[in-house]
Write a protein that binds this ligand. Structure first.
Ligand code: ATP
Ligand code: MG
Length: 210
């Protein structure tokens, strides 16, 4: 694993994109581990707008997903949350996320953090070459997903994070089945899910955040 040397005067900013429906400890451990290994100054969590990969699926309101992400990251001084994807109209594409963050944070070197499953989709994208110019990509392994090293890019690193078999899909299914999600998601997120009745029953939309 090659850790690029620091560029003087540049902040190292991790970018963790996700649906976060809900955010769980797998996301938080991955972000924290990448931050440690790559010596990041900050990790910004970016909840997606309309996730094009999940078209046709029931995704919770962006405001709920945004607020759960804020609650989950509030206690970590190096974790922040950005609204760039949820405030942009239309489906979320990684290239737009990186362009926006590059514009907002010209002082930063970007490290896009993504799970092995999502990484596999990104590296096969035809416009991928442009992505490598905007950010380094750090693919984190996840139980059940195998990732072979992508060819032709020096901007991609792979990192094993502590095995966490947690997924949002499983968390939603547990809530719908009346099972607890304590310890899978942060306490504040458990309370948020209960407060708004998220993921209960068919549809599982809950009540509105605003
Ligand atoms: P869903 O089950 O709804 O697809 P998810 O758990 O995969 O949700 P996402 O919001 O889709 O969560 O994931 C955001 C990013 O975090 C993706 O890059 C994904 O690969 C990564 N990720 C998700 N769960 C884990 C985990 N347990 N460990 C490491 N990375 C993860
Ligand atoms: Mg996923």
């Amino acid at each position: 694993l090659k850790i690029p040397p620091r560029t003087p005067g540049k902040v190292r900013l991790g970018v963790m994109g996700g649906t976060f429906d809900p955010i769980h400890h797998g996301h938080l451990v991955a972000a924290s581990e990448v931050a440690l290994v790559f010596d990041l100054d900050e990790v910004v969590f970016v909840p997606t707008g309309e996730p094009w990969q999940k078209a046709g699926q029931d995704v919770s309101d962006a405001e709920h997903r945004y607020l759960m992400t804020v609650v989950a990251t509030a206690s970590n001084p190096r974790f922040t949350v950005s609204r760039v994807d949820i405030d942009r109209n239309g489906p979320t594409y990684t290239i737009d996320t990186l362009r926006d963050l590059h514009r907002l944070r010209p002082d930063a070197e970007l490290f896009f953090i993504t799970g092995a499953d999502a990484m596999a989709e990104i590296i096969t994208w035809k416009g991928a070459a442009e992505l490598w110019k905007l950010a380094r990509f750090v693919g984190v392994t996840r139980p059940g997903h195998v990732l072979s090293a992508p060819v032709g890019s020096e901007s991609v690193s792979l990192l094993n994070v502590p095995a966490m078999a947690i997924s949002s899909t499983d968390c939603r299914a547990r809530v719908a089945a009346g099972k607890p999600v304590w310890y899978l998601v942060p306490d504040g997120v458990v309370q948020y899910i209960n407060k708004y009745g998220l993921y209960r029953g068919p549809g599982g939309a809950g009540t509105s955040a605003v």
